[in-house]
Write a protein that binds this ligand. Structure first.
Ligand code: F6P
Length: 257
């Protein structure tokens, strides 16, 4: 029985890899919508698969969210060397503090014994303030670290859930809903065809920068995220991406294929 279940997951991993066009898919048992500890398993699996790509001076750019927070919680000192660096992928995108990439990077560094840098950008600023922030030497330095990262580690969310969770303005909310967005990652909202219908204005990694990042790890599970995962990979260059997901999302994604 155990063997069959293991084989079942392997077959699902291969089918999903084909379907999404990604480099690799890893599926953990369970559905994180129903069982909170499945997120920790996603975290464990993400760390395990990243291990093959890290060296002493690796820089890892990280996004926010509860899944990334679970990854942070699973890190241990054997993962990193003191010279490894965690940096937030993008500036403020409206998350509560515990879900912010800055906080998650600090936890990751602390748990693994590596370093981290912060990227503090106020959420809603005028154009003038934004432009002067961009000229700050310390910001420029972190920006350079982000774009030179060899690993990007990120979450994917359901568009409506994310728009509600963040302090999204009425106007942006309308754009997101009218555009029929279903998925979100890095502050970009995608419709079912993978078209970007809205983008949160902030500094840091832009989607086009992802194309030159050698290893991208997307961690997202739960049956409720299936459409979001699909929309994101439709819109994105997938060939350098590994998806770490759970059975709940995988089964839903493979329905009808
Ligand atoms: O807001 C940061 C972020 O990574 C989003 O890009 C993503 O949609 C979301 O968090 C995922 O959050 P969670 O892991 O809590 O579902």
């Amino acid at each position: 029985r155990m063997m069959i279940e293991i084989m079942g997951i392997n077959v699902m991993e291969d089918s999903l890899k084909e379907k999404l066009g990604v480099r690799r898919v890893i599926i953990v048992p369970g559905n994180s919508d129903d069982l909170p500890w499945v997120k920790e398993e996603l975290g464990r699996a993400a760390i395990q698969s990243m291990k093959a790509c890290v060296s002493d001076h690796t820089t890892i750019a990280v996004t926010g969210g509860t899944t990334m927070s679970a990854v942070a919680g699973m890190l241990t000192p054997d993962f990193a060397s003191p010279d490894m660096l965690f940096v937030p992928a993008r500036g403020g995108i409206g998350e509560d503090v515990q879900n912010q990439a800055n906080v998650i990077c600090a936890t990751m560094a602390q748990k693994s014994g590596a370093r981290h840098r912060v990227l503090y950008v106020p959420d809603q600023v005028s154009r003038e303030v934004y432009e002067s922030i961009m000229k700050e030497p310390s910001i420029k330095e972190v920006m350079a670290l982000i774009t030179s990262a060899s690993i990007v580690l990120h979450g994917i969310g359901d568009a409506a859930t994310m728009a509600k969770r963040r302090n999204t303005s009425e106007e942006d909310l309308r754009t997101i809903l009218d555009g029929e967005a279903v998925g979100e990652a890095f502050g970009y909202y995608f419709d079912v065809h993978g078209k970007i219908v809205h983008k949160v204005k902030t500094i840091g990694l832009q989607l086009k920068d992802l194309a030159s990042i050698p290893n991208v790890f997307a961690v997202a599970g739960g049956a409720s995220k299936a459409n979001a995962i699909q929309s994101y990979f439709k819109g994105m260059p997938q060939s350098s991406s590994t998806l770490i997901t759970d059975e709940g999302a995988a089964k839903e994604l493979l329905k009808g294929s």
